[in-house]
Design a binder for this molecule. Structure first.
Ligand SMILES: NC(=O)c1ccc[n+]([C@@H]2O[C@H](COP(=O)([O-])OP(=O)(O)OC[C@H]3O[C@@H](n4cnc5c(N)ncnc54)[C@H](O)[C@@H]3O)[C@@H](O)[C@H]2O)c1
Length: 323
């Protein structure tokens, strides 16, 4: 089976590709290796994947429809897992055009290719940010039409575009709303990575909204488990292919202060905390209701925060020691 993973040099893309390869799939990974964050980290992730002969990489920008179609011409993809995107809420305030390009134009290219080459199932990354500042436990039945950042707008647009392509062309589509993913090989632009770096180097850390934020931190292995369950999930398909959206989260939100206390204990060093006001585009709290994916697939996240952070810090120290 040929599987296309877009954004394969990214944090989630690398872990997912590794999982698929371990199960014997042929994985074709694409990425444009852009410089939004340290490109060496992306290259090192790729280096690990390249060790497996069942992995093939192409440096392709998903906004380039000709290259994308050529790729679909070359490989008979059974399923596509689309993770490539311009990520990050805060950067969408600085550089909004990057989000429209990669996340909207790029997603349209993938939809067009899936339509033209009759891909049986498209799974794509959405985000908890589509819920905006909704403070409820976030279920897929909640309203998701008040995004507070352009990043969130592009992710919600993807869900609407997937709905339309499912309706028009009967493509099976599964949107995955990830909740704050952390773990080894993670993203240096994310707060937990920056906190770790600063605490280890004895530099101050910045706590937005005076530390009064809550996040449903989800360990990478639990995210990969959720993706794989949806990837393998067989649904009753008559004539109409399903179009679904699922939360993939931990369903145990922690305050930023508790998160940092845990990180301090794992590192064995106190943080110097600077409290700042709320940042534009941020949400106050995320809390995933995971009953939909649990009822459909049996999904149950397992990794406790202490364990996940210990694994992350161990990787971080080891990875940066080699530099
Ligand atoms: N990490 C999280 O907490 C989180 C939470 C919610 C949603 N998501 C979504 O999950 C997906 C993966 O996230 P991640 O954390 O692995 O991010 P990441 O930035 O590490 O990975 C994304 C990859 O896509 C590539 N890419 C970006 N634009 C591209 C383009 N135009 N053409 C080809 N490749 C391109 C990047 O080079 C990068 O390697 C993204 O869609 C992201 O928005 C992530």
């Amino acid at each position: 089976m040929y599987i296309l993973v877009t954004g394969t040099a990214g944090f989630i893309g690398m872990h997912l590709s590794q999982k698929l390869l371990s199960l014997g799939y042929m994985v074709i990974g694409i990425d444009n290796l852009n410089e939004y964050y340290d490109i060496t980290l992306k290259r090192n992730r790729l280096g690990i994947l390249m060790e497996n002969p069942n992995f093939h990489f192409e440096n392709i920008d998903i906004t380039d429809i000709d290259s994308v179609k050529k790729l679909f011409e070359s490989f008979p993809f059974n399923k596509v897992i689309h993770l490539a995107a311009q990520a990050g809420v805060r950067y969408s305030i600085e550089n909004p055009f990057a989000y429209l390009d990669s996340n909207v134009h790029g997603f349209l290219t993938i939809l067009e290719a899936c339509k033209d080459y009759k891909v049986s199932h498209l799974l794509y990354a959405s985000s908890s940010s589509v819920y905006g500042n909704n403070k409820n436990k976030l279920s897929e039945t909640e309203d998701a039409n008040s995004p507070v950042s352009l990043y969130a707008t592009t992710k919600r647009s993807n869900e609407l575009m997937a709905y339309t392509y499912n309706h028009l062309y009967n493509i099976r589509t599964t949107g995955m709303r990830f909740f704050t993913v952390y773990g080894p090989w993670g993203r240096p632009d994310m707060a937990y990575y920056k906190f770790t770096k600063s605490i280890i180097e004895g530099l101050p850390i910045q706590l937005y909204n005076y530390g009064n934020l809550k996040r449903d931190f989800t360990y990478i292995d639990d995210i990969i488990k959720g993706i794989m369950l949806l990837f393998l999930h067989e649904q009753d398909i008559n004539n109409k292919q399903p179009n679904e959206v699922y939360n993939i989260g931990n369903s145990r939100p922690y305050s930023l202060n508790y998160f940092i206390n845990t990180l301090e204990n794992v590192i064995g060093k106190r943080a110097d905390r600077i409290e700042l006001p709320m940042q534009l585009g941020d949400v106050v709290e995320t809390y995933a209701d995971i009953s939909k994916i649990r009822d459909a697939t049996g999904y149950k996240p397992k990794i406790e925060l202490e364990v996940g952070l210990t694994n992350f810090v161990r990787w971080y120290v080891d990875y940066h020691k080699e530099k």
